[in-house]
Design a protein around this ligand. Structure first.
Ligand code: BGC
Length: 770
């Protein structure tokens, strides 16, 4: 059990504990009356024909919303009436959903209601920052609150099942879906997985403002070769258990009611048809008792993977432990045949159907199939002032101050500002990728936000550049609508206007970055630079010599090595969601002091990828800086990233001191406490994420250089100090050995407490004894 506490010097002392992610059978999810559930589900199963059971395993999307795959389902209405559908997604609104639900309830023999799914990835209509952004807040309460808002809005619109959280660890910023996850670290990712699942599901799934969560994409989807989406994944079991699987497990321990299998293969077998993954690991080892849904047509895609025809891959998937088939209709069209031919058993079909019925029971749909279909709620609960206020706070707390050498920020609210850049007056890109439920027209632009927050500032705007001048890129990115709009005016004209505006201002704020669909699904990049159009703009603006702030938007870590050399301040704001402009203004004008820390390292160039803080030493450890022959390093660039995991500045400065450990020895049953005093030595009140890392000096499999095992975000007023205390037990020191046993091995451990993963200033040591 990992405990941590803060003692606030001269103020008060308080403590709290975090549950360990790796306990055996640690289910902490919503309470369910198993006996009652079994009674209801058994009585239904007894009455069901084999076709009706197979029908429950079929998930369709009628289209009309954003289809995320190449196909959408046809003839949905008739299929529901024929008892061939267990759930729908991609429909929203109580009226529409009621029609579908009535077909299921009134027109089928047994009247079994539908599950209604959706991708509510970072907010519903009130969009929040992309998940990589909210992760950077390191604020579990705020993250959970965001999920609660999303669940409240989505359920008010008729949805009862969410395809979120996406917890895929990724160390490859080329992969576009890095935007949807929590970054590179398994420990932080696990805490976030738990917070989000709890936020969506609450402790009672029968409430009308909670919904079933789905942890995805199981498993390892974030580690495709070369960062190319849907690409092959191949990794050792030791690596997956230690570095990639913990967040999925944390979601399961938190009671997540469904799991989505991933597109990639695992050990050469696509996840959707992988028995080791879906049964041996998920059910037998982790005791997952919810249902598993495929990803979009991922059953069918096993044909292209090379595993046989639709009947064969459908049978393989069912046997592997897949319960529901998304869109591809392999189950509904072939399982009966496979049963007749002895290729699957009735028991396998019944087991899958049982799990779908159980999910419906958990939601209370048998009692009231229309419980989420209250038109009044849809009007009252969505996009409310309160929800927007939470989104604004979540956005401001997600921003990361990457550079402040010039101390230009925060700006005075009366300043003469040249607000320049292709994203400065943009709405379409504010919600970020994977926000199909949100309407970008509700978004606050940066210009509007500045005008709202700094009413007396004199703000002049110029676009300055297109997001990109590359027409082919624009075409590839604009699949869901225009995100990159190429102006009629020439790049020279745009630049000229910007320089004109800049000349007359006291300070330049350049809002630049990626269009939202330059990250996300099927949006991998081989180049992590800002598009050339914007690089030119930044260079030219910098040449004016005016104080300059870069407000940077992206769905991934970028390579900004060139821009980081300029004498400017840089604020990373991701894609901040519906309250984008207001939240950015809150931070730029100092109403909120930025406190975010990046959760995925930013490379110096794309050739360094993957670059992450928990790399191994190797037998020839490289230097962080400089070069030495025959060491594991490059001849042309340092090994260190441009910005390491856990890094982020504040308008104020924090000093760490008096870092102590309670003992240099610890037993397996014992604990040590590590404490440090953090003093706010700057001119602003602020918040700091105090991070705790260990390095296991000797163990049976090679250890990472550093490993995060705890963190605590604290607010400290200027001039004040707080002492943060972490308690470490053997549970926190555990890893999976080569037999995949979860063990702590005796020996020496280095401990680092500090402001980021590269902070070695506060170092301690202790020994774990037998
Ligand atoms: C994505 C999933 C998503 C599903 C349904 C797929 O393409 O990989 O994350 O939940 O579509 O929209």
């Amino acid at each position: 059990m990992f405990k941590k506490s803060i003692a606030v010097i001269a103020l008060s002392i308080f403590s709290f504990s975090l549950s360990a992610q790796q306990k055996e059978n640690p289910y902490t999810g919503p309470k369910i009356n198993k006996e009652e559930m079994d009674k209801k589900v058994n009585s239904l199963l007894e009455k069901m024909t084999i076709e009706e059971k197979i029908g429950q395993l079929n998930l369709l999307t009628p289209g009309g919303g954003v289809a995320t795959g190449a196909v959408v389902s046809d003839n949905v209405q008739q299929k529901i009436k024929d008892g061939q559908v267990g759930g729908l997604f991609g429909v929203s609104g109580p009226e529409k959903i009621r029609i579908a639900q009535e077909y299921a309830v009134n027109d089928t023999r047994l009247g079994i209601p539908l599950l209604i799914g959706s991708d509510v990835i970072h907010g519903y209509k009130t969009t929040f920052p992309i998940p990589l952004g909210t992760a950077a807040s390191w604020d579990m309460n705020l993250i959970k609150q965001g999920a609660q808002v999303a669940a409240k809005e989505a359920t008010a619109d008729g949805i009862n099942w969410n395809f979120s959280p996406m917890v895929d660890i990724s160390r490859d910023p080329r992969w576009g879906r890095v935007a949807e996850g929590a970054g590179e670290d398994a420990y932080l990712g696990s805490q976030i997985a738990k917070a989000v699942v709890e936020g969506y599901q609450g402790d009672d799934l029968t409430q009308t403002n909670t919904m079933i969560a789905t942890v995805k994409h199981f498993a390892l989807y974030g580690a495709p070769e070369a960062g190319r989406d849907y690409n092959t994944v191949d990794m050792s079991h030791v690596k997956m258990f230690n570095q990639y699987l913990p967040p999925y497990k944390a979601a399961i321990d938190a009671g997540v009611a469904s799991v989505m299998s991933s597109f990639n293969d695992v050990d050469g077998i696509p996840a959707t048809g992988n028995k080791w993954l879906l049964t041996d690991l998920l059910r037998d080892r982790w005791k997952f008792d919810g249902f598993v849904v495929s990803d979009y047509t991922s059953v069918n895609e096993m044909i292209a993977h090379g595993l046989g025809d639709l009947q064969a891959v459908s049978a393989q998937s069912l046997k592997a432990g897949l319960d529901m088939d998304m869109v591809g209709e392999g189950f509904v069209t072939t399982l009966k045949k496979s049963l007749d031919e002895g290729k699957v058993t009735e028991e396998e079909i019944t087991t899958a159907a049982r799990r779908i019925l159980e999910a419906k029971y958990k939601l209370g749909l048998f009692e009231d199939p229309y419980k989420y279909l209250d038109k009044k709620r849809a009007k009252k609960d969505i996009l409310t002032k309160e929800n927007r206020a939470i989104a604004r706070k979540a956005a401001a707390h997600s921003f990361v101050l990457l550079k402040k050498d010039q101390q230009i920020l925060p700006l005075d609210k009366k300043t003469k500002i040249a607000l320049i850049g292709p994203l400065a007056k943009d709405q379409a890109n504010m919600p970020g990728t994977w926000a199909p439920t949100g309407d970008f027209k509700n978004s606050i632009t940066v210009l509007e936000g500045f005008q709202n927050v700094a009413k007396k500032a004199k703000i002049t705007y110029a676009k300055g550049a297109n997001i990109s001048n590359d027409k082919q890129l624009a075409k590839n990115v604009n699949v869901f609508g225009p995100k990159i709009e190429i102006s009629e005016e020439s790049p020279e004209e745009l630049l000229g206007q910007a320089l004109e505006v800049a000349k007359k201002a006291d300070v330049i704020v350049a809002v630049v970055g990626e269009a939202s669909e330059m990250s996300g699904e099927a949006a991998s990049r081989t180049n992590l630079l800002l598009p050339e159009s914007q690089k030119v703009l930044i260079r030219e603006l910098a040449k004016t010599g005016k104080p300059m702030v870069l407000v940077l938007m992206s769905g991934r870590p970028l390579n900004i090595s060139e821009e980081a050399e300029l004498p400017i301040d840089i604020l990373q704001v991701w894609h901040p969601g519906v309250e984008a402009g207001n939240a950015i203004a809150d931070v730029v004008f100092g109403d909120y002091n930025p406190s975010g820390k990046i959760t995925a390292s930013w490379p110096r160039n794309v050739g360094q990828v993957p670059v992450y803080y928990s790399m191994k030493n190797t037998g020839r450890p490289g230097l962080q800086e400089g070069f030495e022959k025959f060491k594991s390093e490059y001849i042309d660039v340092d090994n260190s990233p441009l910005f390491p995991f856990g890094y982020g500045l504040s308008y104020t400065d924090f000093k760490y001191s008096n870092t102590k450990i309670s003992s240099e020895e610890m037993n397996m049953e014992g604990s040590v406490t590590v404490s440090t005093t953090v003093t706010n030595i700057g001119d602003y009140d602020g918040e700091e994420v105090v991070q705790l890392y260990i390095h296991d000096k000797v163990r049976s499999i090679t250890p990472p250089k550093k490993q995060l095992i705890g963190f605590n975000k604290i607010a400290i007023k200027k001039g004040e100090s707080k002492t943060v205390t972490f308690t470490i037990t053997a549970e926190d020191l555990k890893f999976y050995n080569s037999n995949l046993e979860h063990v702590a091995e005796p020996g020496e451990f280095d401990v680092f407490v500090g402001t980021s993963s590269s902070d070695n200033s506060q170092q301690l040591r202790f020994t774990l004894n037998e």
